[in-house]
Design a protein around this ligand. Structure first.
Ligand SMILES: NC(=O)c1ccc[n+]([C@@H]2O[C@H](COP(=O)([O-])OP(=O)(O)OC[C@H]3O[C@@H](n4cnc5c(N)ncnc54)[C@H](O)[C@@H]3O)[C@@H](O)[C@H]2O)c1
Length: 429
């Protein structure tokens, strides 16, 4: 008996509150017309391969028992093991982890890394836990998801509120359970445990590399370009420094403490020192304070959002006077704002391409762990630059071919690669 294919949502999601997964599904629908005969396989992208929900019980320091909800989702592993971060946040939901895992599939395929997409998280506010409670929770969570992770199955990494120490605990727990040291089970580890040189700066460096490629396409001279940056942390601070060192003028920087502006250019090295001693850009003497809302309307060549989601939205997108937006953050532009920027001829280099430098050096870390042979920082940066330039070239070529934005083009490139792998592998059994 023939059966009509089912397009139903999984029963564990509320169709009226789809959350981030709903946005992801819309994005897949938008690229489906460009997938040709591979469209036959597109349902593969619309459901995660595997979603694990675990209970994470720990004994608190005061002797009571607390239970936390943990997740690990492997969206797609057609092109290689799952890869994606672990987030500790009180608002984590299954829908969010599913969407983040799917975006990792897209990012890894857009940059052509041999990984699928995965993501994990625990629904917890880690600020309420002591360091030893955090360690117990991380270890129990790792043990619970241990059945589906592993150096050749799924490789977690840091994300919101997790860091190199979290990865060290995860690596140790997994290794203890396996009975053998397995450095390649996570990336973003401390250097002493097989972490990679260059990882800390990798995302900001990747942002700078793709910005230079976009500049070449648009005939912008980077050494004379003006740049504004939102978020002056790991990603924004590194990207700003590389622009500054290339001769560009960093006009303004905004973070949670305010906005500083200097029409003659901020001294980025001094600003970085100010941020590391005071915690933010606010109060920097090498510039004037600017109203946060005015930041978005500054005339500039590059605008780098490198802080939070939804920062460029229907409320401010029409005021953006940048030639190029390079998305250092994940999801900084809402879909409405994206359309406004497109109509105003603002060239947007999307997050799945622009901030892929981090996962690219995570890939290098995994390769180095497998071979137990470590590369110099110079080699790592050279390889990162080459992969990012190639990824940009492939996506920009696709954008020209179909006359679509770089975001749609990145999705076409990525979905095509994933579904080609799906098709040639075939269905088991
Ligand atoms: N670090 C990575 O390797 C990496 C990789 C891919 C994507 N990202 C994304 O890049 C973004 C930044 O990550 P990061 O690692 O630089 O984090 P970070 O914590 O080092 O820096 C975050 C910055 O955002 C600023 N910020 C916070 N709230 C703000 C607000 N309300 N208004 C303005 N600025 C605000 C902070 O002041 C800080 O300067 C995030 O979206 C993250 O998901 C990071």
């Amino acid at each position: 008996m023939s059966q009509t294919p089912s397009h139903a949502l999984p029963s564990y999601l509320d169709p009226n509150h789809l959350g981030p997964w709903g946005i992801y599904l819309q994005q897949v629908d938008r690229v489906t017309p460009y997938l040709g005969s591979l469209g036959r396989w597109v349902e593969t992208l619309k459901r995660p391969k595997r979603a694990l929900v675990v209970d994470v019980p720990i004994e608190l320091d005061n002797g009571t028992i607390a239970h936390f909800e943990g997740y690990r989702v492997q969206h797609n592993t057609s092109r290689g093991p799952g890869k994606g971060g672990v987030r500790f946040h009180q608002d984590v939901t299954l829908s969010e982890v599913m969407a983040l895992s799917a975006w990792m599939s897209i990012k890894n395929a857009a940059v052509n890394l041999p990984f699928g997409g995965a993501k994990g998280g625990i629904r917890v506010d880690p600020r309420n836990l002591s360091q030893s409670e955090l360690e117990r929770m991380t270890r129990r969570y790792t043990s619970e998801i241990g059945v589906i992770i592993g150096p050749s199955k799924d490789i977690p990494a840091p994300d919101v509120n997790t860091n190199a120490q979290t990865m060290a605990w995860m690596m140790d727990t997994y290794s203890m359970n396996e009975g053998a040291t397995a450095t390649g089970v996570v990336t973003g580890k401390p250097i002493a445990l097989g972490g990679s040189l260059g990882r800390v700066e990798a995302t900001g460096r990747g942002v700078f590399v793709v910005a230079c490629e976009a500049a070449r396409d648009l005939n912008i001279d980077v050494s004379k370009a003006r740049v504004i940056v939102q978020g002056f942390g790991n990603v924004g601070g590194t990207a700003a420094r590389l622009f500054h060192e290339a001769g560009a003028t960093v006009l303004a920087a905004q973070d949670h403490t305010g906005t500083v502006y200097n029409p003659a250019g901020l001294d980025v090295h001094k600003l970085l020192a100010h941020v590391s001693s005071t915690g933010g850009v606010g109060g920097f003497s090498g510039g004037q304070a600017l109203d946060n809302a005015e930041f978005w309307g500054l005339e500039t060549d590059f605008l780098i959002p490198a802080a939070l989601e939804n920062q460029i939205n229907a409320g401010n997108a029409a005021r953006v006077r940048a030639k190029v937006v390079v998305e250092g953050a994940n999801g900084p532009t809402t879909p409405e704002a994206d359309d406004i920027l497109r109509d105003n001829n603002v060239y947007v280099v999307p997050d799945v391409l622009a901030n892929a430098g981090g996962v690219t050096v995570s890939y290098f870390e995994w390769v180095q762990d497998f071979s137990s042979f470590f590369w110099s920082e110079e080699e790592i940066n050279q390889r990162l630059e080459r992969l990012m330039r190639e990824a940009y070239a492939g996506v920009s070529q696709m954008a020209k071919e179909h006359k679509v934005t770089l975001r749609t083009a990145a999705f076409i490139v990525a979905c095509t690669r994933i579904l080609q792998a799906r098709q040639v592998r075939g269905l088991y059994p």
